[in-house]
Design a protein around this ligand. Structure first.
Ligand SMILES: Cc1cc2nc3c(=O)[nH]c(=O)nc-3n(C[C@H](O)[C@H](O)[C@H](O)COP(=O)(O)OP(=O)(O)OC[C@H]3O[C@@H](n4cnc5c(N)ncnc54)[C@H](O)[C@@H]3O)c2cc1C
Length: 430
């Protein structure tokens, strides 16, 4: 701190980790010890666990996001809706996309992860990523488009292809996406598209490993696989997507699935994007942090953006709990640095997980205790309500969950229609 001036702290990314680190530094900010600036390319926090519900119209789009200014303004934190263009680590300056530059004493990289396409031919061009709110909005519009086209298609093979949906990656997100698709198709599309027989619909979940939900309890993987199969999902294990184009998905054993829809939920990488970060990178393009979260002098990383090994040697998982715990460690260590105190490490506490399997069904582990079935479903619904930022959002999601017991999924298509029709080689004036 030069001459009593507050220490400039710039946090890049207002997700789970970024907001938690701001909370950890809020008091020092209030006391004038540090001055916090939060930068995010979006102007909202996004609650990822409910993206499958948004993609299928079970939860309203705006209900899972929270304006970052509503978080920052009451705490007096400066917010900039902007994207990082580059960082000059030596001069300690962050350059933003509009030419603005921010000098910092401490930089916290909490920019999350981006989709890893694993260089699979055609994946980036043709598959649907599933990371952002826009991804969920686009997927929802595309799903409805497939049903609209199938409703009018004359040829049975064309209809079947339109109604074939492939999901790559049998982790939590892939399983939840398949369950949400089936719930939407069986409950809503069946009624709204009486001309389209459900027998033509197929959903394939392709997983490279030997079971679904790798890393979670084996019995939960079995429950999930059984449940998905009961719903009609074809669970394909030991297989990878090898290529994709606008018409088909090819697997690594040469099998071809004629489909216009591939949802990519497999693999994430660091937030590298088009930025040449001046910090060491670890696995999958994430920032290589030391045991305290540092990536360089006055620079820190946390959450999905960080390749972090805790003090038991465990690689931290890229989940919300990992973001919370690393953020708390970084906030504490940053303040300790200012006071000349020793730095701490993280010992990851596994609080459990929840996998939504559609209406009234879920598998969960709560502090190591396995739960599943209807009770777990209610636990899932209320866990999310509790975890949502702000009372208004809790109320909105609560309303959606209750409403979902009585009303159908919202299938309104909000999208750039001409662009979508062109993507299917159809007359944009249709
Ligand atoms: C569909 C889906 C479902 C999930 N479900 C679960 C679940 O059920 N349970 C669970 O524990 N975890 C779940 N996760 C994982 C969890 O969301 C992440 O682990 C968590 O969000 C990581 O927090 P973070 O703060 O590191 O990153 P994020 O929460 O992703 O936040 C990163 C922020 O950085 C911003 N940003 C990125 N690049 C830049 C840039 N260059 N400049 C400025 N800002 C930038 C982004 O806009 C974003 O706001 C899910 C993830 C997805 C995608």
């Amino acid at each position: 701190m030069a001459g009593g001036a507050p220490v400039e702290v710039v946090v890049v990314g207002g997700g789970f980790g970024g907001l938690e680190v701001c909370k950890g530094l809020a008091r020092a900010h209030r006391d004038g010890k540090v001055r916090l600036t939060l930068v995010d390319k979006e102007n909202f926090f996004q609650f990822n666990p409910l993206l499958p519900e948004v993609a299928t119209g079970a939860v309203e789009t705006r209900h899972i996001v929270y304006p970052l200014r509503a978080f920052c303004a009451p705490r007096g934190i400066r917010f900039l809706r902007n994207k990082v263009r580059s960082v000059d680590a030596e001069a300690r300056v962050v350059h933003l996309h509009n030419g603005l530059s921010l000098r910092y004493d401490h930089l916290v990289m909490a920019a999350g992860a981006s989709t890893n396409w694993f260089d699979i031919p055609g994946a980036e061009a043709h598959a649907f990523p599933f990371k952002t709110l826009m991804d969920a909005i686009r997927l929802r519009a595309h799903l409805v488009e497939m049903w609209e086209l199938a409703d009018q298609a004359q040829d049975a093979q064309v209809r079947r292809q339109l109604l074939t949906f492939v999901v790559a990656g049998g982790g939590i997100t892939g399983v939840e996406v398949c369950a949400s698709f089936m719930e939407m198709f069986h409950r809503t599309m069946r009624r709204l598209y009486p001309n389209v027989p459900l027998s033509l619909v197929s959903v394939h979940l392709v997983e490279a490993g030997e079971r679904l939900l790798g890393g979670l309890r084996a019995e939960h993987a079995e429950v999930a696989a059984r449940h998905l199969r009961t719903l009609g999902v074809s669970v394909v294990l030991h297989r990878r997507v090898a290529a994709v184009d606008a018409e088909r998905v090819t697997l690594d054993d040469g099998a071809v699935i004629p489909a216009h829809t591939l949802v990519w939920t497999t693999g994430i990488r660091g937030p590298v994007g088009d930025v040449a970060w001046p910090f060491p990178l670890g696995r999958a393009g994430r920032f290589k942090v030391d045991a305290h979260g540092q990536i360089g002098p006055g620079a820190w990383a946390l959450g999905d953006a960080a390749d972090w090994i805790d003090d038991t040697g465990r690689t931290l998982p890229q989940v919300a709990q990992g973001a919370f715990q690393t953020a708390r460690c970084v906030a504490t260590n940053l303040l300790a640095t200012l006071d000349g105190r020793p730095l701490g490490t993280v010992r990851y506490q596994d609080m459990g997980y929840i996998v939504g399997l559609g209406r009234h069904s879920t598998v969960a582990s709560l502090m190591g205790l396995p739960v599943s079935g209807v009770l777990a479903w209610y636990f899932w619904a209320f866990y999310y309500l509790f975890a949502m930022v702000g009372f208004r959002k809790q109320l909105e999601v609560a309303t959606d969950v209750l409403k979902g017991l009585f009303v159908l999924h919202d299938t309104t298509q909000i999208h750039d229609r001409k662009r979508m029709l062109r993507a299917h080689d159809l007359d944009p004036e249709l």
